[in-house]
Write a protein that binds this ligand. Structure first.
Ligand code: IMP
Ligand code: MG
Length: 184
């Protein structure tokens, strides 16, 4: 799989292709539009991984939304969670009284979202829900769950569609498996 220090995507098995991603996001868009009808949810994308998903998700919504981003660093390189979560970009707009829908690329141990729930609750939103494109349920170490899940996936490290390995592979239009030998 490795050639010196470079990894090539042609060696990485496709887990979810672009067509399946697009059709699942259409379904999520319909479901979210229906659940939030007559409301204007405030979508909070968790950087960096979630922005590709969020860009496609909002174009599949039939309700008005407002958006913001929160920068979070939970992986300081590599594929193993440090357990440490750090805010690298704060919210720009107030979420007081808002129906916040957090947009995540992937729910893994759950530590990031658990931490976020505390941070967001302190600003008195009306509600907080989570939509995660991917969910590695087998990896959960804290009891949190997503309200909307694109795809449950097995315990493999994935890249593409916004998800990276040391900033590599975000540009891939599909989700590929970087490592199926558990976490490095
Ligand atoms: P958690 O705090 O363990 O739930 O981690 C969530 C964050 O870890 C995600 O938002 C991703 O940024 C990152 N992450 C977890 N698993 C993967 C993966 O398989 N590929 C890329 N990033 C991942
Ligand atoms: Mg992330």
């Amino acid at each position: 799989m490795t050639m010196g220090n470079t990894l090539s995507e042609s060696n990485l098995e496709v887990l979810i292709d672009a067509t399946r991603i697009a059709s699942r996001i259409r379904e999520l868009g319909e479901q979210i539009s229906n659940d939030y009808r007559a409301r204007t949810p405030h979508l909070v994308g968790v950087l960096m991984g979630a922005w590709v998903f969020m860009a496609d998700l909002i174009r599949n919504l039939s309700i008005e939304v407002t958006v913001d981003f929160l920068g979070i660093q939970s992986y300081l390189g590599g594929t193993t969670s440090s357990g440490e979560v750090k805010i690298t970009k704060d919210l720009d707009a107030s979420i007081a009284g808002r129906d916040v829908l957090v947009v995540e690329d992937i729910l893994d141990t759950g530590r990031t979202y658990q931490y976020l729930q505390g941070v967001l609750a302190a600003h008195q939103p009306n509600s907080v829900k989570l939509v995660a494109l991917l969910d590695k349920t087998a990896r959960r170490v804290v009891p949190v769950q997503a309200d909307y899940v694109g795809f449950p996936i097995p315990d493999v490290f994935v890249v593409g569609y916004g998800l990276d390995y040391n900033q590599q592979f975000r540009r891939l239009p599909e989700v590929r498996i970087l490592d199926n030998m558990k976490h490095l």
